[in-house]
Ligand binder design. Structure first.
Ligand code: IPM
Ligand code: MG
Length: 355
């Protein structure tokens, strides 16, 4: 198959981690006889420097017209003082909205090889950590009105029933393919938008009788994720709660550097990115962990290109790499053979075997 992939290297460690993911994709293409064409897209701080805009329309169009988008990370201290509507992160939000990718899937799964890298007690980790956060990605407070007038700043949080319903369905469908447990997370003791969220989830539940729906307040959920993560199968939640909970969930699996994500809307053209940021402090030092991006590329193969075997080939290679004891600095806590970003990519490529 021939696929056209828009590639956003971005800022900070973005270029170096994306480079490794592309090398892995190239090798997979060779093994399975596919052709992946890459189109570079400028987004984030680098686009501000080049065009004075974090995502000019012509760059967004390259993404919309691609078969899927692979993204490293954007942002950095250099652009901290630019006005809010021009920040690098604004490019990312515009991209998500422009592509219409309302459903963000963030797995929290502990690799058996990394169980001692989790900050949780062994008896909690041993019960298992394997759940998915389905995060609404193009609504809520991120996309409400933002304004500062004098000494008062305002950010507006709005959700419509239809926005909640479409992400709710993804939550139920994701649970149907797993252990059939869906936990809807909100703050219905305080927020109107959360009360609407809960109402819509319960209405939808009638259409998915095979899925067991539970409700949880977001503050309690933050606690339960560290107290008893084994209770979760699929969590569905709104944009900002999902942002916060997915960082927490990634940490209990050992490292945020390992976690990929997929974002999809109503077409197969998806956005694939690691959930970590651009880590400017370690940029260009060849120490970043490229696995989150490499696994995001695997998700792209599975969810957008229907190439499950190829995706598994990548996931198995990552597992074999970890089995062999190699570790980037972020997951070195319990020892291992220290490798840099580039070497990590090379070793994973060496372990790629056609399934
Ligand atoms: C994420 C990031 C982004 C978000 C930032 C960079 C805008 O934290 O993907 O989780 O908040 O969505
Ligand atoms: Mg985040």
């Amino acid at each position: 198959m021939v696929k056209n992939i828009a590639v956003i290297r971005g800022d900070g460690i973005g270029p170096e981690i994306v480079e490794q993911a592309l090398r892995v994709l190239d090798r997979v293409a060779e093994l399975y006889g596919h052709t992946f064409n890459y189109t570079d897209v400028d987004m984030g701080g680098c686009a501000i420097d080049k065009y004075g805009d974090p995502l000019p329309e012509h760059e967004l169009q390259k993404c919309v017209n691609s078969d899927s988008v692979l993204l490293g990370a954007v942002g950095g201290n250099k652009w901290n003082d630019v006005p809010g509507h021009m920040r690098p992160e604004k490019g990312l939000l515009r991209l998500r909205a422009g592509m219409g990718v309302y459903s963000n899937n963030r797995p929290a799964k502990i690799w058996k090889q990394l169980s001692s890298a989790s900050p949780l007690k062994k008896e909690i980790v041993d019960k298992g950590i394997d759940f998915i956060i389905v995060r609404e990605l193009i609504g809520g407070i991120y996309f409400g009105e933002h304004k500062t007038e004098g000494d008062v700043a305002t950010d507006v949080l709005t959700y419509s029933e239809s926005e909640i319903e479409r992400i709710g369905r993804i939550g139920f469908e994701t649970a149907q393919k797993r252990n059939k447990k869906l936990c809807s997370v909100e703050k219905s003791n305080v927020l109107d938008s959360s009360r609407l969220w809960k109402k819509v989830m319960h209405r939808l539940a009638e259409e998915y009788p095979d899925v067991e729906l539970s409700d949880m307040l977001v503050d309690n959920c933050a606690m339960q994720i560290v107290k008893n993560p084994a209770q979760f199968d699929v969590i569905v939640t709104e944009n900002m709660f999902g942002d916060i909970l997915s960082d927490e969930a990634s940490m209990i699996t050992g490292s945020i550097g390992m976690i990929p994500s997929s974002s999809l809307g109503s077409t197969t053209c998806g956005l694939y990115e690691p959930i970590h940021g651009s880590a400017p402090d370690i940029a260009g030092k060849d120490v970043a962990n490229p696995i989150g991006t490499i696994l995001s590329a695997a998700m792209m193969l599975r969810f957008s290109f229907d190439m499950s075997k190829e995706a598994e080939t990548i996931e198995n290679a990552v597992s074999a790499y970890l089995d062999a004891g190699y570790r980037t600095a972020d997951i070195m806590s319990e020892g291992g053979k220290l490798v840099g970003c580039k070497r990590c990519g090379e070793l994973i490529i060496e372990k790629l075997r056609k399934g």
